[in-house]
Design a protein around this ligand. Sequence first.
Ligand SMILES: Nc1ncnc2c1ncn2[C@@H]1O[C@H](COP(=O)(O)OP(=O)(O)OP(=O)(O)O)[C@@H](O)[C@H]1O
Ligand SMILES: [Mg+2]
Length: 273
Amino acid sequence: MTANESAGNAQYIMKASGVCKKFGFVQALKNVSFEVGPNEIVGLIGDNGAGKSTLIKTLTGVHQADSGELYWKGTQLTNYSVHAARDMGIVTVFQDRALSEQHSIWRNIFMGKELTGWGGFLRVKKQKEETQRMMREMMGFTSSFMTPDTPVGNMSGGERQGVAICRALYFEADLIILDEPTGGLSLSETRKVLKFVRSIKESGKSCIFISHNMYHVYPVADRIIVLDRGEIVDAFVKGQIDIETLEARLLEIAGTSDIDLKVPVGSKAIARE
Ligand SMILES: Nc1ncnc2c1ncn2[C@@H]1O[C@H](COP(=O)(O)OP(=O)(O)OP(=O)(O)O)[C@@H](O)[C@H]1O
Ligand SMILES: [Mg+2]
């Protein structure tokens, strides 16, 4: 087994095999084979333009691959679409577009999936109660200033990511894809997001966690995949590599290993924020 195969055994929930994608003359993905196992957190790291978003857009039916195959739980996907991905239980949470700012937390949780009762009436009370329970049990929000009616626009970036992730978990997504969930967040907000990624693991679901920053990915990922100019150039099972070795390898891939970047390890995660 290579590190690019899901940890433990050859089982996977989502698999891409030999995927290629071109935009005009840009080869965004070159023969990419990638998989996510059940209850596995896969960190996907790479520089700007490496092809990370293109890969997840291909996995979620936004882009059609030029060649290669996609499989979901052992079945090859044909006529794949965004709709099909959603129906299968794949949810993508984007950094900025995850939620509607002017709406309350409970509205955001149930948006497009409203609970309705007899006659089609909205079950507002039930939705607020469920939101309150999620806030307490899943999001760990204990402040009395934050209620299900609080507008999402009043929440911090990390808290918003938490709401989006809890929404996905509540509606039983099997695979949650986070595209740069920690981009632009402070260290304490980043910690909140990492806690939510852990809650995905604890709930038995799988996750692809995309980031530029290996210090965000490393603590929560089971495996780390490195994309560079459209190709998977390295893959590590977390237990088999320490963070210093990973850093050295990434600098080598970036072609900057001769530049002295010596900064105390703990401060690097902050450096980008
Ligand atoms: N819709 C598109 N049309 C044309 N070119 C595109 C499109 N989407 C991506 N590309 C190109 O494909 C390459 C990979 O882009 P992609 O967005 O996947 O990178 P990324 O790893 O997500 O980068 P970032 O870290 O900046 O988000 C880039 O050269 C980009 O310009
Ligand atoms: Mg991207």
